[in-house]
Design a protein around this ligand. Structure first.
Ligand code: HEM
Length: 311
């Protein structure tokens, strides 16, 4: 078949899959932007894009695009190396007018792929995959619902290494996408003296805006995650869904009101919810003696001073 047998056919496949990936990455940075201004809206979008049939079709399509793009990239690189033989080791004679990124597209692609592997483990595996497999991700002994996108952002970006890995991934993405963007038009024959410089400018602007937005998101998410700012959304999420979970042990300050963490780690509830009936109910259910404002399952082991001496 022409798309697999000829070199220009293979380049066309690279260009088409590359164009679709550029559109995905653009949509993705805009979608993440919602989390900056409207976290509840972001969680609603995550819920919509969960394990529903249309989201699964989109995920399979996206995975196919990535796989085809990568296989063809390796294929074309091997083909070029074979054609050029030992010339590729001649580092003194750099081809004139060829940018650094065009010579390093494979390496840049591998860095983006490595970032993507970390990213999938941090988000996709805990969200969509967990929903497909019906096993919620457990964070500090508490099940986190797959659609709670901002909570996964909090968990991911409260790790010190996350922003570092992401910024490295974004820089590689900038070089890879910038070069790939205009070269796909060149592959399609749109490479005259008027249009090529224009396309290079558009590629540079488009890529810079997308990557700048990703960097801004990573910085804001890191600051918010380390200030535990997403806890407000956590409380609202709990209230809306009637679920009980917390992000970390700092959030469990219910000692005086509902339950101590040591006595009842399962009954984690953020401070603001301690007085709520749902939270107290969960606390009172704990087998090893949790208590909620004087309601003691086991006064002997209960850490709440309000329960001392009660039956
Ligand atoms: C600040 C940076 C980013 C954040 C906070 C972020 C966040 C997320 C989240 C929350 C999901 C799960 C969505 C869901 O399953 O409903 C996701 C999925 C994904 N992300 Fe990102 N992302 C970022 C950057 C990137 C970049 C730069 C790429 C590509 C180079 C990327 C590629 C993907 C892919 C391929 C998926 C899987 C999509 C699917 O399930 O169909 N992400 N991301």
């Amino acid at each position: 078949m022409w798309l697999t047998c000829s070199s220009i056919g293979r380049k066309l496949v690279m260009a088409i899959t590359g164009a679709c990936l550029v559109l995905f990455v653009t949509f993705h940075c805009l979608m993440n932007g919602v989390a900056l201004f409207w976290p509840q809206g972001y969680n609603a979008v995550c819920e919509f894009l969960g394990a529903n049939w249309y989201a699964l079709v989109a995920t399979v399509g996206l995975a196919a695009l990535f796989i085809i793009h990568i296989i063809y990239a390796l294929w074309l690189t091997l083909q070029n190396r074979k054609a050029r033989g030992n010339d590729r080791y001649n580092v003194v004679k750099k081809p004139l007018g060829v940018e650094w990124s065009s010579q390093n597209m494979l390496v840049l692609g591998i860095v983006v792929l490595a970032f993507l592997a970390v990213h999938m483990i941090q988000f996709w595996a805990k969200m969509q995959l967990a929903e497909i497999l019906h096993c919620d991700y457990v964070h500090e002994g508490v099940e986190v619902p797959p659609a709670a996108g901002t909570l996964f952002i909090q968990i991911a970006f409260s790790q010190v290494w996350t922003p570092i890995v992401y910024i490295i991934g974004f820089i590689a993405l900038w070089f890879h996408m910038n070069h790939g963007f205009w070269s796909m038009f060149q592959t399609c024959g749109w490479d005259n003296d008027t249009w090529l410089p224009r396309l290079k400018k558009i590629a540079c602007w488009w890529t810079t805006i997308v990557v700048a937005l990703f960097i801004a998101e990573a910085v804001v998410f890191t600051v918010r995650a380390n200030n535990s700012d997403f806890e407000k959304e956590l409380i609202e999420y709990n209230q809306a869904k009637g679920s009980q979970f917390a992000l970390d042990t700092d959030a469990i300050e219910c000692g005086a009101k509902a339950c101590s963490e040591a006595a009842c780690p399962e009954a984690a509830c953020p401070q603001a919810e301690c007085t709520q009936a749902t939270c107290i109910e969960v606390a009172a259910e704990c087998a090893d003696g949790c208590c909620a404002d004087g309601v003691c399952a086991n006064p002997e082991t209960c850490a709440n001073p309000a329960c001392k001496g009660k039956n």
